[in-house]
Unconditional design. Structure first.
Length: 318
């Protein structure tokens, strides 16, 4: 009579991997598998960028995600502490970092990216399913780490958790609020007033105020004779026209934008007339209603770091 049937070596090794204490190897396998699943979704969708939801859908999704983390933190077992632990944190940060580095090196435009990058969906890394999966895993890790620490240690854990909560708030507001960000362009000629903006898809909209371009100045660096001087500084002297309010004089310079009614206006370029003088000013208008949440998260991180510097030796041992 033959003996008991032994499992295949590969299956036995896989079983042994997940039967012991969960650590770095398990985190690497889980995160890599999740990111690859995201890439499979990307390919199945034809490589099209994700369209982030806008308000109120994104707000509801964020609330549901936060509640899910709080409920998950109360579950017993070995999986939840591992999901909120250091090995899983390092693997998720590595995944987000590698994808972010790819997005910083590879041109994020279908017109400029090489063919292999377009085929892999790397011409829109930050709008792709793999990056979304990696970011959700990182948010899950941060949320579980903070929630479990507070549940275990109580008030003393806030010194530790404030950093995690702040980073969670900043990343969550940036990620879930992406659908509400508006980035559009405005072209104004000297002496003209304009309130209409156009986004990258060609859709038109209007600012809640108008801009009258009084004068556009371009300062140049000194240049040798016979060579074109490089621009040094752009300055737009404008009048802000807001309904129900008196006209207000203002200036927009490079790295000194105008902030008004939830919008931020930046100078991006200019166009020259036939006489070589600046004729039109190109302005980028950005509206991001979730940006205060990002700033609040960053302030929480700073507060947590400051609190950890001044807490008692007893707290340091916990």
């Amino acid at each position: 009579m033959s003996g008991p049937i032994e499992p295949a070596p590969a299956r036995a090794s896989f079983a042994r991997l997940w039967s012991g204490e969960l650590g770095y190897a398990h985190a690497a396998v889980a995160v890599a598998g999740a990111v690859l699943a995201g890439w499979a979704v990307e390919i199945a969708r034809g490589g099209a960028p994700l369209s982030p939801p806008a308000w109120p859908v994104n707000g509801a999704l964020l609330a549901f995600f936060a509640m899910w983390i709080l409920l998950l933190a109360r579950m017993p077992g070995r999986v939840v502490p591992w999901l909120g632990g250091v090995p899983f944190a390092l693997m998720t940060m590595l995944a987000v970092g590698l994808l972010g580095a790819a997005g910083g090196v590879i041109p994020q435009s279908a017109d400029d990216a090489p063919a292999w990058a377009r085929a892999a969906g790397l011409d829109h890394v930050f709008q792709g399913a793999p990056f979304a999966v990696a970011l959700l895993l990182l948010l899950t890790n941060l949320g579980l780490a903070a929630a479990r620490k507070i549940r275990t240690l109580g008030a003393r854990a806030w010194f530790f958790s404030l950093n995690h909560i702040g980073l969670w708030v900043a990343l969550a507001c940036a990620a879930f609020g992406a659908g509400d960000m508006i980035r559009a362009r405005m072209v104004i000629a000297e002496g003209a007033a304009e309130a209409m903006v156009v986004d990258a898809a060609g859709r038109h909209g209007y600012l809640p105020f108008g801009i009258l371009l009084q004068r556009f100045l371009v300062e140049h660096y000194p240049a040798p004779p016979g060579t074109a001087a490089a621009p040094k500084k752009f300055t737009a002297e404008i009048t802000v026209l807001e309904p129900g309010k008196p006209a207000e004089e203002a200036r927009i310079e490079v790295n000194k934008p105008l902030r008004r009614a939830g919008w931020t206006l930046y100078i991006t370029n200019y166009e020259l007339a036939a006489d070589g003088m600046a004729d039109q000013c190109l302005i980028e208008a950005v509206r991001d209603p979730w940006l205060p949440g990002v700033y609040a998260g960053l302030m929480m991180m700073l507060g947590g770091a400051a609190a950890m510097l001044f807490r008692s030796p007893f707290d340091l041992r916990t």
